[in-house]
Design a protein around this ligand. Structure first.
Ligand SMILES: Nc1ncnc2c1ncn2[C@@H]1O[C@H](COP(=O)(O)OP(=O)(O)OP(=O)(O)O)[C@@H](O)[C@H]1O
Ligand SMILES: [Mg+2]
Length: 263
């Protein structure tokens, strides 16, 4: 990994955290952040929570693609000043949660200057006051935009699988997050585990690195088993909990939602 200059976001550190805002990150791409964010939002909505999912993958937004939902208003229209962030909220009727969708391949979103990112973050925190939980689906990587948009999150959910690259990048994400916010609530989601036992071994590997080098002990949010139904649901652009509510991965995300609601 190439070293990148790190600047401390003073505005973020000076502002209190929004406890009901949870950022979902990973470092490595393709480990299941977007699918997990959608399914967790759905699970929370099923438990009668008022939930908003914010697509913060500014380069390759795809919450709306996985949901098969074409929104008239998206983050692009917000950045263009045509609509407020609140005005870009869309209800996904079949799931019962709200989304702010991104715009895939939008250079203007991917290159937002720091002041616009901070403005967007502040609007999101204001919007969060009207919800039980707000989930931020982060893009891959650990760049400035990923860190800035999530800097006031009350909780981080770091998604990884058992691949060495995914674990290394999850560790890098945790390291940078705790560097700026040493007391943050950070929890691990092991995705695509062949079994609960293998998922636990993967968690222990990451935990040992965090204990040894960072002197922190992130908790396990949960283990999600690899399940072919995930790909099938995505291919059909249908929420997993609607299409295959009894499958292994659905059960695992429902269990994670229940634990997270408990604190
Ligand atoms: N538990 C699972 N079992 C089987 N396949 C899974 C599981 N979770 C995710 N996948 C597969 O992983 C793919 C990538 O998922 P997703 O797009 O949510 O990842 P991502 O981390 O958001 O990627 P990106 O970093 O590109 O935004 C999905 O298309 C799906 O096929
Ligand atoms: Mg994604």
């Amino acid at each position: 990994m190439t070293a990148q200059p790190i600047t401390v976001d003073l505005a973020a550190n000076a502002t209190p955290k929004a406890a009901n805002v949870w950022a979902i990150g990973s470092g490595k791409g393709g480990v299941g952040k977007t699918w997990f964010s959608i399914t967790l939002a759905h699970a929370l909505a099923k438990a009668s929570q008022k939930c908003l999912l914010f697509d913060a993958d500014f380069g390759l937004a795809n919450v709306h693609i996985q949901l098969g939902h074409n929104a008239e208003r998206d983050l692009g229209t917000v950045i263009a000043g045509k609509v407020s962030l609140k005005g870009a909220v869309t209800r996904i009727e079949e799931t019962g949660f709200d989304v702010v969708v991104g715009r895939s391949g939008s250079g203007s979103l991917a290159n937002l200057p720091a002041n616009r990112l901070m403005g967007l973050r502040s609007d999101l925190i204001d919007l969060a006051a009207g919800y039980d939980t707000v989930l931020i689906d982060l893009g891959a990587g650990v760049e400035r935009s990923v860190r800035m948009i999530s800097a006031q999150a009350g909780r981080y959910l770091v998604v990884t699988n058992d691949e060495p690259t995914a674990l290394t990048d999850a560790y890098a994400f945790i390291k940078l997050t705790t560097m700026f916010d040493p007391d943050c609530d950070i929890r691990i989601v092991i995705n695509m585990a062949e079994s609960v036992r293998e998922g636990d071994t993967t968690f222990q590997t990451l935990l040992k690195a965090c204990q040894g080098f960072l002197k922190i002990e992130p908790k396990l949010a949960g283990i999600i088993r690899r399940d072919p139904k995930v790909k099938e649901a995505i291919r059909q652009q249908a929420p997993l909990l609607q299409r295959y509510p009894g499958c292994k991965a659905a059960e695992d995300v429902m269990a994670i939602a229940q634990r997270l609601r408990q604190g």
